[in-house]
Design a protein around this ligand. Structure first.
Ligand code: T3D
Length: 261
């Protein structure tokens, strides 16, 4: 589709958003931020899209904020507004999209690039992938939701260690820490990533979306609140065509054919 700093390809129920500034390790400039927001809105609205993949062109996933742009800012530049209008919207679009979003981490994910990978529902990684909370190297604190996602994924001590050391965490260590779902040989990443995406795109999309909504709410709920919210959302899931199809398929001893409805 019509983008310059990203690519968006939709096929077989899967939208692939490729961050596409490989010469800068897909660092985010204003255009890439704007286009990523647009692509996430578009794919979120498109009922034909049942899974979204975010990956990077070349040898990186994303090196975060383009630091060349930072150097050119005036004194009146508001970083808070920059975050609200950019990374915060990207992270919110990913985490509230009621369909699975998979990060295909093909290489280094640093700074806001790391935050965006962590905001996705699943992370499928190349063995060459790595994660760097690079912010403190440039005198900043973690942003793009990293203070929230990373502390929940790996716990405070490891999250704080990553933040203050800005050390590179290998894909294997990320797997052992519970930051990522699978690490695969580098050459096989595109194939395995798309196998995950196509499988999820054939699933009960409404239930997948409601699961995401329920789990996010549960992260800040009491058990009693989570039980009640599950009941409310199950009421919605239980009225979908995919629920009827799943039950029928079980009783007829066949594979279900979910349509995402
Ligand atoms: O102020 C605000 O906007 C607040 C928001 C902050 C959000 C953030 O993301 S802050 C953190 C910003 N990111 C970083 O600090 C990471 C900077 N990059 C690196 O530390 C290294 O590039 C990596 C460790 C990620 C990878 O290292 P390496 O050795 O594999 O690659 P490289 O040679 O450093 O980079 C390759 C090219 O990409 C190079 O360009 P060149 O010299 O070949 O023309 C390099 O300058 C460029 N590049 C990499 N990261 C960025 C970048 N250019 C601009 N901005 C970058 N972030």
């Amino acid at each position: 589709m019509d983008y310059a700093a990203i690519e968006l390809v939709v096929a077989e129920g899967v939208a692939v958003i490729t961050l596409n500034r490989p010469e800068k390790l897909n660092a985010f400039n204003a255009l890439m931020t704007k286009e990523t927001i647009d692509a996430l809105k578009r794919t979120g609205r498109d009922h034909a899209v049942r899974t979204v993949v975010i990956t990077g062109a070349g040898r990186g996933f994303s090196a975060g904020q383009d630091l060349a742009d930072v150097a050119g800012r005036g004194d009146d530049f508001s970083i808070a507004e920059h975050l609200r209008a950019g990374y915060n919207r990207i992270v919110t679009l990913i985490t509230t999209m009621e369909k699975p979003v998979i990060a295909g981490v093909n290489g280094v994910a640093a700074g806001a690039g790391c935050g965006i990978a962590l905001a996705c529902d699943l992370r499928i990684c190349s063995a060459k992938a790595s994660f760097i909370q690079a912010f403190s190297r440039v005198g900043l604190i973690p942003d793009s939701g990293s203070t929230w996602t990373l502390t929940r994924l790996i716990g405070y001590a490891r999250a704080y260690e990553m933040a203050v050391t800005a050390d590179r965490i290998s894909a294997e260590k990320a797997l052992s820490w519970g930051m990522v779902n699978e690490v695969v040989p580098h050459e096989q990443l595109p194939e395995i990533l798309m196998a995950w995406a196509r499988q999820l795109a054939c699933g009960p999309t409404v239930a997948y979306g409601l699961t995401k909504r329920a789990m996010y709410k549960a992260l800040n709920s009491t058990l009693a609140e989570a039980l009640e919210y599950e009941a409310q959302l199950q009421d919605i899931a239980g009225r979908t065509a995919d629920n009827k199809e799943g039950v029928a398929a079980f009783l007829e001893k066949r594979e279900p054919e979910f349509r995402g409805e």
